[in-house]
Design a protein around this ligand. Sequence first.
Ligand code: MG
Length: 448
Amino acid sequence: MTRLRAGAATDTGQVRANNQDAILVAEPVFAVADGMGGHAAGEIASEVAVESLQADDVSSRRALAEAVRQANRAVWERAKGDAELRGMGTTMCVVALVPGAPTDGEASGDPGDERIIVANVGDSRVYQFHDGDLIQITDDHSLVEDLVREGRLSHDEARTHPQRNILTRVLGNEPDVEVDTWEVIPQRGDRYLLCSDGLFNEVDDDRIASVLRRLADPEDVAQELVALANRHGGRDNVSVVVVDVVDDDDRAAAASATVATASQTVVSRGPTTAGGGTASSPALSTGGTSPVPVPPSAGNSSPSAAPATKAAKPRRVTWRSLLFVCCLLVVLGGAVAAVAWFARSTYHVGLDDEQVVIYRGRPGGLLWIQPTLAERTDLTLDDVPPARRAAVSDGKEEPSLSRAREYVATLEEQAEAERRRTTTTEATTTTTPSGSPTTGALTGTGRP
Ligand code: MG
């Protein structure tokens, strides 16, 4: 059996009046939610989401995605019924240990098949700390992260960008939401860090990693990271949950034989879509996104956080990639046209059954382009002079239709000449040199 040990801490920070973050530590499910909305709405949104998640049975990757979607509906319904709460929303990132169900099917009951499932909506994050390396598993659903992914912003620029609080996906903004999920093999010694943006906006990854490396107790880690965020300004609420894999039923030893590097321990990194299907890549999933504009000054606690018009971003489909695809299509189209022109630019004299005909195209065709019948003639193969029959059978290529006709005319002349010569020979054979009747005629008239 996999055993986990967790520690958690959450704090209002140095600037905010209240804490709109919420955390869930209910082994085997752990979550961080960062609420947004006016007055107490942000607090309510994150609370409602976490309570809904806690009430759900999370026994598979699909079940976890559905539980997050259910949390989304809970926030949406709560906001709909109260004018003061309208526009509220929350992020949510989750780590859950589920029984063996590597393909979302029925639980196998085999402890060896247990999996860590990570789910995310919004810009709270889940990191994996493996072999001393800090790896961010989740993708932020924020405007600046879209710009980073498109290569238009560096990570450092994103950290201080004035629009870094604009989220492209949250819970509670629409009746349904797309949930990204990942599946990871639990290995002894791995740590999972869940946190709100109040941590990583104040403390860089190197400092976070050094705390994870230095302190053994997950509770101490959580407290230290929150304290560090406050020492660096504490401009936002900060929440941290640390989950350690303390026993993995010796799975780590078995897994290390097949899992070569830390990055490969993420065995499945496809986001589960809102419909429960699995997309090929989280970066490509765009369905169901809905931007939530939050003024930078108010951070994620803006009272005006409200649904805006749909802006489903074709993420990673940039103008450069579109231009590349267009150029590729032009080149391919040009190549096809060139082959077609080459294949159809010539004629040949050949046979259709035993009849001599003129084809457009190359003898035998070229790639997928077969020759087509252009003209029939009155000649048969028997009419063709024996010396030319092989050429006609193989297909006598000519550069144009008129040249092909000339070749046929030559064949007809030669055939005619052959017929005349044959007739003359027969006539010569059937007469005597003095013009007397033929042997046959003599026979017919009786011997003298
Ligand atoms: Mg925040």
